[in-house]
Ligand binder design. Structure first.
Ligand code: SAM
Ligand code: SF4
Length: 332
């Protein structure tokens, strides 16, 4: 077991079209959300099983009140080697300093466009200036190892790749381009809208000259590349070249459902045993037994299903019945 992604809430202050195309959803009941203490106890169990890399995500993790308190608790756990967070940046300006003080190691900010009008169109909220303020605050705070994640969609933002690379340079942040994925919630996805890894590389090579692929030194989802001027960027090609075979990630939803794959249709409820008083050893046994049976290859299976012309979407009705299937519940 390598990396654990913890979704802290299913709520969000944006409505990105590729993730939360609706305004209203079936939300997780508030009383089901794990408390900070419960998250800490479960993280301790996962870390003891080798999950030494932890990423906080959501929904929007900064919507969780007193988040720096949770960061402090998790950063203080022996065995957590890497504590990161993925945020949309809207609330970052007021929290960046506290997050750094609390011990957050790394920060990823999602940003798909540098054009305010496009941002509003894409996220259905007019908070572009807040995101910019958040990114600048993160830089000023000295949070190093900053990343900017961009979902690239044909006809939406594929004309901004070089602008985003230049912005990343200015902010000393590594930009990572993500292929548009047909995950639960992405009900507007079509294969035509995927701007592939190959196309991303061709576009940047036209702009900058030959692009060199860097040798992979870890099992992180991004492949990394270098431009002639030395700038490094990443591509996460989950749709056209999935990396299931090397994936060591699992996910915990805000209400304690543990998922072995981003695409999994079912998970293991850890909240119930935790609240019923299960000991760390009992939880370890439950998790290890489940992990040993892991055969998940969600993204690879999707490629095969699409090639056979099979319907791969979870219907909107099913999504409405079970919020656990949504990307904003399980964390990207
Ligand atoms: N709200 C935070 C944010 O946006 O950074 C964290 C949660 S969000 C679900 C995590 C990541 O998933 C974001 O970078 C987002 O762009 C990505 N994501 C969401 N839906 C996606 C999709 N259909 N295809 C590819 N990436 C997606
Ligand atoms: Fe956008 Fe992240 Fe919110 Fe999804 S969870 S709508 S990707 S900001």
């Amino acid at each position: 077991m390598g990396a654990l992604r913890i979704s802290l809430t299913d709520r969000c202050n944006l409505r990105c079209r590729y993730c939360m195309p609706e305004e209203e959803y079936a939300w997780l009941p508030r009383e089901d959300l794990l408390t900070f203490e419960e998250i800490e106890r479960l993280t301790e169990v996962f870390v003891s099983l080798g999950a030494d890399k932890v990423r906080l995500t959501g929904g929007e993790p900064l919507l969780r009140r007193d988040l720096p308190e949770l960061v402090r608790r998790l950063a203080g756990l022996p065995g957590v080697k890497d504590l990161a967070m993925t945020t949309n940046g809207v609330l970052l300006a007021r929290h960046a300093e506290h997050l750094r003080e609390a011990g957050l190691h790394r920060l990823t900010i999602s940003l798909d466009t540098l054009r305010p009008d496009r941002f509003t169109e894409l996220t259905r909220r007019g908070t572009y200036p807040d995101v910019m303020a958040g990114i600048h605050a993160a830089v000023a705070t000295g949070l190093t190892d900053l990343k900017i994640d961009t979902v690239v969609m044909r006809g939406v933002n594929e004309d901004e790749l070089a602008d985003l690379v230049e912005f990343g340079k200015k902010m000393s942040a590594e930009v990572r381009f993500i292929e548009y994925m047909d995950v639960g919630g992405a009900t507007g996805w079509t294969p035509e809208k995927v701007f592939s890894r190959k196309e991303i590389l061709e576009t940047l090579a036209r702009e900058y000259g030959p692009v060199e692929e860097l040798r992979k030194t870890d099992v992180a989802p991004a492949d990394r590349f270098q431009l002639p001027d030395g700038t490094v960027f990443g591509i996460i090609s989950s749709t056209t070249q999935p990396f299931c075979a090397t994936c060591d990630r699992s996910r915990l939803t805000a209400d304690g459902m543990w998922l072995r794959c981003l695409y999994a249709m079912t998970g293991t409820d850890l909240r119930a045993p935790l609240r019923a008083g299960a000991s760390p050893d009992e939880l370890r046994e439950l998790i290890t037994g489940t992990w040993q049976q892991r055969r998940d290859r969600g993204a690879v299976d999707r490629v095969g299903q699409r090639a056979r012309g099979q319907q791969v979407f979870v219907s909107v009705e099913t999504l409405k019945r079970d919020p656990h299937l949504e990307m904003h519940t399980r964390g990207g």
